[in-house]
Design a binder for this molecule. Structure first.
Ligand code: BJW
Length: 249
């Protein structure tokens, strides 16, 4: 990690500097939550366009809900891992911090991170298809598939499907943080889904130091300042130790 320390010296990072982290499914891999793409990915056995689109839901809400309930059950039984907890330490230490996550699993919040922009929603919330009202009080597993709102309309998962816009407030928080931050960590994302994949590039263009943590290369790897190759649960706690030591003045 010598090069990280060198880069931090050049950047002059301080405790008061704005810091952001962008996470993807890889940050939850060591908790036992499947990623989307790759060898062990969720979509090896399911076709995304059959499940994670508004058209799929309109066509066959029960099948889409079966898939989401299956994932809700897996995730409810999992625990945050050292990578989630390392990010919580950053949230606690840096006054100007934002975690931007593409994950819908809620594990960051369960690890204690408080300042989070959930770009793609949350698997444990539901939204009424009639009036858009959001709630989070459905049990796991579901007792009725597809579940219905008290008004009688279908409920849908409060997540962002392909072709849908991201929640405006979360989008603005994320892109504002990317433009302002002095350091961005990019952890466990394949960086192929837009607009989230552009966030590190916005940060880089605005002058931030951008550090990627991933066992595999991604389309970002050649564009960032440093690629730390490895699993988030092993690499991130060491990165956070270095960041806290470096800014401990
Ligand atoms: C580890 C690890 C370990 C493993 N440690 N790392 C511009 C260009 C081209 C296309 C588009 C574009 N703009 C929009 C699009 C279309 C589309 C898109 O991006 N398509 C591309 C795939 C081509 N985007 C959209 O449709 C978005 N909407 C939009 O842009 O709307 C605009 C609009 C305008 C006007 C009108 C209307 C709309 C919406 C995208 C929504 C994405 N939703 C999903 C599903 C959420 C619900 C659910 O969970 O079911 O979000 S798709 C899925 O991918 C999920 C994830 O959040 C997202 C990203 O995946 P992620 O997190 O990167 O996971 P993986 O599996 O891909 O990667 C895991 C990584 O971890 C790997 O790199 C591993 O190596 C690594 N790893 N173990 C660290 N231990």
């Amino acid at each position: 990690m010598e090069s990280l320390t060198d880069l931090l010296s050049e950047t002059g990072l301080k405790r008061r500097s704005p810091v952001s982290v962008l996470t993807g499914a890889g940050v939850s891999a060591e908790s036992g939550v499947p990623t989307f793409r790759g060898e062990e990915g969720l979509w090896k056995n399911f076709r995304a366009e059959e499940l994670a689109t508004p058209e799929a839901f309109d066509r066959d809400p029960a099948t889409v809900w079966e898939w989401y309930d299956y994932r809700r059950r897996i995730i409810a039984a999992k625990e945050p891992n050292p990578a989630h907890r390392a990010i919580t330490r950053l949230d606690e230490a840096f006054p100007d911090f934002l975690l931007i996550t593409q994950n819908v699993d809620g594990l960051h919040a369960r690890a204690g991170t408080r300042r989070i922009a959930e770009l793609h929603g949350n698997l444990f919330r539901v939204r009424c298809t009639r009036d858009g009202e959001v709630s989070d009080n459905l049990g796991v597993p579901l007792t009725e598939i597809p579940p219905r709102c008290k008004c009688g309309s279908l409920l849908r998962p409060d997540v962002v499907w392909f072709g849908e816009g991201l929640p405006r407030e979360e989008f603005d928080r994320a892109f504002n943080a990317a433009e302002a931050c002095k350091l961005m960590l990019v952890v466990g994302t394949s960086a192929v889904v837009q607009p989230a994949a552009s966030i590190p590039l916005v940060a880089k263009q605005a002058g931030a130091l951008v550090v990627e943590v991933n066992p595999d290369p991604t389309p970002l790897t050649d564009l960032v300042d440093l690629h730390l190759r490895g699993n988030a649960g092993e690499v991130l706690p060491r990165v956070v130790d270095i960041l806290l030591d470096f800014t401990d003045t």
